[in-house]
Ligand binder design. Sequence first.
Ligand code: GRG
Length: 306
Amino acid sequence: MLPVMMTTKITGDFQHWASVGQQRIEARLQTLLPSADLAPQRLHQAMRYAVLGAGKRVRPLLAFAAGELTEAGPGRVALAGGAVELIHAYSLVHDDLPCMDDDVLRRGRPTCHVEFDEATALLVGDALQSLAFQVLAENCLTDDASAQLEMVRLLAAASGSRGMAGGQAIDLAAIGKSLTLPELEFMHIHKTGAIIRAATLLGARCGTALADAELHKLDHFAKCIGLAFQVIDDVLDAEATTATLGKTAGKDAQNNKPTYVSALGVGEARKLATQLHQDALAALDGFGERALRLRQLADFVVMRKF
Ligand code: GRG
């Protein structure tokens, strides 16, 4: 069951749009993933378990919203957003492994290695990552072949050692230490922000090309939202319940991890998220109505309760 995008300020119109997007991406992921009865069945069952039926799908929704800026076809954006969601799902499976965050609950269910086993969970992550790039390589996502190659490069860079994997390495090395705010920002721009940025840029690249200045503004929007997403993630880890989050609450403090809450306290962390939200919205000035969904997603990111 996909989570419903409910916040205090978000309108019914946005909820409907988000729900349509969630269903579209769910249907796309269903067909992108190998069937569970195809050999090796256990691996394919575990891949489907890790990806389908849950998750907020924030990254594909960002891709759809950015695609609306460039009049991209939703079918193409679903493929690009699906590829990003496969990378995201792989990162969650690996992050939950005993050698990393060692967690038993994800998206309201047992984590992949608990439901299956560690070796299978490792392979699930590997195979989801490969599948993401296969999806980008074997489908037509834009009429411009060089733009499509750039999309492959973007996602590879965002997920590699100078992106998400690098951010995760910094995160693991920081356990038990305190980081300065610039160090925290550097870690999260990589660990969480890089994939959120990639989702936004890939969605936009499925449509007509943006001018460099517009692309720069969209990238700045995504950078602010990626960081705001993490600041709120830290706040929710400290304030929300395990039942609401669908993952173990309070893990950051329990694992002695430096976070925006440990560095600033909840009140100041929320203020930082509000500032990032405003910066993100300011970056969209000049895009007009075409950026409506991006603005609403920015609202959702800072007001979310899960
Ligand atoms: C293992 C290479 C590697 C990277 C792991 C994503 C990640 C890096 C770790 C996850 C740990 C974590 C809680 C990060 C904070 C932000 C984040 C990515 C939260 C989970 O994303 P949501 O809230 O999850 O979008 P859903 O389940 O809704 O998709």
